[in-house]
Design a protein around this ligand. Structure first.
Ligand code: PHE
Length: 355
């Protein structure tokens, strides 16, 4: 019996399988040899032409080839699958030793933080927050505050004018006039008004043409100077420490009568005199007074029934004092080197995070 055809097929397969490098070619090879019309199946079909004696040996030889080819293909399949897995693992490797990307978190601007602290304090005393317009009319900025057109006190608050009657507000006091007018003569009024204000000022280390103010206004029956003093004393202690005292000095504002400048005892030298308080032991922090009857009347409140106090402070100045900042322009130039110094004051210190 001639079985050379069988070994030829096996040899041909063994050669062919060596060049197979991917799943698809292996599948094709499998079909070529073991498929219905494949070479090994072809050998089986030859059986019927053989004599009864030859058939068992021939069949055994074909089976051997078939199981050889089957197991080589299986081995090859496993090897190819392993190779593919290796390649994928290599490609998808995550290098856990690489440093993570750092996300830099911002922090509140020292000025915003100061404004929020001041707001929080007054909200705690039952004040509401009122806001007005940065572009204001001459009427609300001056006239309704007892500062008629020819008033000399206007000189101190020169501003940027859009027209004769429209200007960038020079203080937050127009918000008190607007708030009172909106209440139509009905107290109580208890508001603070934070916002940006503008003045024609030479830019130096302590003045800026744009800065911030917080106005406070309380109007009700039986409001006295003692209410003003008590409120501002509490405020000074809250902002600058429990040992602070305040001092009221007579002053002048057209919209308050009497008017006072409020000083706090120096938090640095405790009154002994230092560079912060210019050796006086006291630091001026705000202007205030009892609301002028004319202002009450113009806003629709009866001055015989109602009285009130008002104050105006500069958060810029308060923040400068509190954090020892020497140049007001730092607040407005958005230099991150300046702003980031205040990050450490956040709870938890360093706020940068990596993932
Ligand atoms: N508006 C005043 C200023 O800008 C401050 C102030 C407000 C004074 C309220 C008294 C009462 O100088």
């Amino acid at each position: 019996m001639d079985t050379s055809g069988i070994s030829e097929i096996q040899n041909a397969f063994d050669d062919a399988v060596k060049t197979v490098a991917d799943k698809k070619s292996l599948q094709d090879l499998k079909i070529e040899y073991l498929g219905k019309k494949g070479k090994v199946t072809g050998l089986m079909k030859e059986m019927k032409n053989l004599s009864n004696e030859d058939r068992p040996a021939y069949g055994a030889a074909v089976n051997e080839v078939r199981s050889h080819i089957t197991s080589v293909i299986e081995e090859k399949e496993t090897a190819l699958a392993n190779e593919a897995l290796e390649a994928r693992l290599k490609e998808e490797t995550i290098d856990v030793s690489l440093p993570g990307r750092t996300f830099r978190l911002g922090s509140p601007h020292p000025l915003s933080r100061t404004i929020e602290d001041i707001e929080d304090f007054f909200i705690g005393l039952g004040y509401e927050i009122a806001e007005g317009y940065e572009v204001e009319t001459d009427y609300f900025n001056f006239e309704a505050l007892n500062l008629p057109k020819s008033h000399p006190a206007r000189d101190m608050q020169d501003s940027f004018y859009f027209s004769e009657d429209i200007l960038l507000r020079t203080h937050t006091s127009p918000v008190q006039a607007r708030t009172m007018q909106a209440r139509k003569g009905q107290g109580p009024v208890k508001v603070i008004c934070p916002g940006k204000v503008y003045r024609r000022d030479s830019d130096d280390a302590t003045h800026s043409h744009q800065f911030t103010q917080i106005e406070g206004l309380v109007v009700d029956r039986n409001i006295h100077m003692s209410d003003l003093k008590g409120t501002l004393e509490l405020f000074a202690k809250e902002m600058f420490g429990p040992d602070r005292e305040i001092r009221l000095r007579p002053s002048y504002f057209p919209f308050t009568e009497p008017s006072v400048e409020v000083d706090i005892s120096c938090f640095k030298c405790k009154g002994a005199g230092c560079n912060v308080c210019k050796r006086s032991g006291w630091i001026e922090i705000l202007g205030s007074g009892m609301v002028h009857p004319n202002v009450l009347e113009m806003a629709g409140f009866d001055p015989d029934e109602y009285s009130g106090f008002a104050f105006g402070m500069g958060p810029d100045r308060i923040a400068m004092l509190k954090y020892g900042i020497e140049d007001i322009r730092n607040f407005y130039t958005n230099d991150l080197r300046f702003i980031n110094q205040f990050k450490a004051m956040e709870d938890g210190g360093d706020q940068s995070e990596s993932i």
